[in-house]
Design a protein around this ligand. Structure first.
Ligand code: 1AE
Length: 397
């Protein structure tokens, strides 16, 4: 019996039922009613079908709503390029239509690698079980000599961060090549006396990325950062599926706005940054938080976190990392919205601290300790000068 991938679209048209029928046929076998019986019999296993149509509003003869189409699993190979081309390739250019969600049958889901480490694996590498993790971002990396980056790295560790990531725009690293960074950061990590993950930006021509990732790991990388959307989901899939890639993979959302921001076009962010990143193998998924500098609508950010962590019957949950413009005064809100199994991530909110990056990290750690023990930031600031200084600068409490 045929199994189906169920795909929901937000769209509009004079007659949504007719439009749905057109998609179900047009995106699968091309034409149907005019086909001779023998051809119908041959192509029937590949034919899409309409699961449902919900008209949400109708104005001046135009219907707007959700249509749900089912595509036979057998129409695709188990990879995200095949999936997205099949369910939204040409269709994405056909007027107002947004790809909202995809439901996968378990037989297909289980052919995607999912995260190797996920929340539990990353926590176990770091030896931290009971609180949101703290990550900081080099600000900046580009053009800086190695010794300045070493100072930044050491300061972030001194303040108590669990993970540090390269800036995602760090491609030209001739003043501090990856191999050299790894050597010196690993020395600094060893002196920290506790585990710390450093997510090195994986860059270069796409066909070299797997070899480069292996080379980085051989040279001591213990986490890798990748701009998934510019490179394509399939490279994440291949890294995650490769047994020699033995470190967590961190997915940056660079370019997501171009795919997701328009209300009536593109791919909804809970699918793009939530479901697809996780099934393709991201252990840590960055996305804009609801309150920072490039904020997402709150429900969307919560839905991304949900898709990253919720039981899907096959894959481990990944860590949601709501990011951008985060500072210590936002920690109570982040904790309320995303809970314990999330990562608090900041660049400017660490390095912009009046006392420097080490105090910036200390302020975050004090804020995290406060919220996880039910205290207000104002109360905790009485015992943490770095937190008091952060609150003075960024407000809150
Ligand atoms: C949504 C990604 C956030 C990110 O990569 C980044 O660099 C944030 O920097 P800050 O925290 O806004 O300074």
């Amino acid at each position: 019996m045929n199994e189906y991938i169920t795909v929901r679209y937000l769209t509009e048209g004079k007659d949504l039922s007719k439009k749905a029928e057109g998609i179900a046929v047009g995106m699968t076998v091309g034409s149907w009613t005019e086909l001779p019986a023998a051809r119908k019999e041959m192509l029937a296993p590949y034919l899409g079908r309409v699961e449902g149509v919900t008209v949400q509003e109708e104005c001046s003869g135009i219907q707007r709503g959700i249509i749900s189409i089912q595509y036979p699993v057998g129409n695709i190979t188990p990879d995200i390029p095949a999936l997205l081309t099949t369910v939204f390739g040409k269709l994405s250019m056909d007027g107002k239509i947004k790809l909202m969600d995809i439901d996968f049958p378990p037989s297909l889901l289980s052919q995607f690698p999912g995260p190797k480490f996920g929340i539990e694996g990353v926590r176990s590498l770091l030896g931290v079980t009971e609180r949101p993790l703290l990550m900081s971002i080099f600000k900046s990396c580009l053009g800086l000599p190695l010794h300045e980056l070493e100072e930044q790295f050491a300061a972030q560790l001194e303040g108590g961060v669990d993970l540090v990531k390269d800036d995602e725009i760090f491609f030209v690293d001739d003043k501090a090549p990856l191999e050299k960074r790894l050597q010196s950061y690993n020395r600094i990590r060893e002196n920290a006396g506790r585990p710390v993950l450093y997510a090195a930006n994986l860059t270069g021509p796409v066909h070299q990325l797997i070899d480069r990732a292996k080379y980085a790991i051989e040279n001591g990388a213990n986490c890798l950062l990748l701009n998934i959307l510019p490179y394509g989901f399939d490279i994440l899939h291949r890294l995650a599926a490769d047994p020699d890639i033995t470190v967590p993979l961190m997915a940056h959302p660079a370019l997501a706005g171009a795919f997701s921001s328009a209300a009536e076009y593109g791919i909804a962010s809970p699918l793009l940054l939530g479901k697809l990143m996780r099934i393709a193998g991201a252990d840590l998924v960055l996305f804009p938080s609801p309150y920072g500098s490039v904020a997402l609508e709150r429900n969307e950010a919560l839905a991304i976190a949900d898709n990253v962590r919720a039981e899907n019957g096959v894959h481990r949950p990944s860590f949601p990392v709501p990011s951008a413009g985060i500072h210590p005064a936002l920690v109570p809100q982040l904790y309320e919205d995303f809970g314990t199994d999330a990562i608090i991530n900041a660049g400017g909110g660490v390095h912009g601290h009046p006392g420097g990056a080490a105090d910036g990290a200390r302020a975050f750690r004090a804020a995290i300790d406060a919220v996880t023990s039910g205290r207000t930031l104002a109360d905790a600031a009485n015992e943490s000068q770095p937190l008091a200084a952060a609150l003075k600068k960024w407000g809150g409490a």
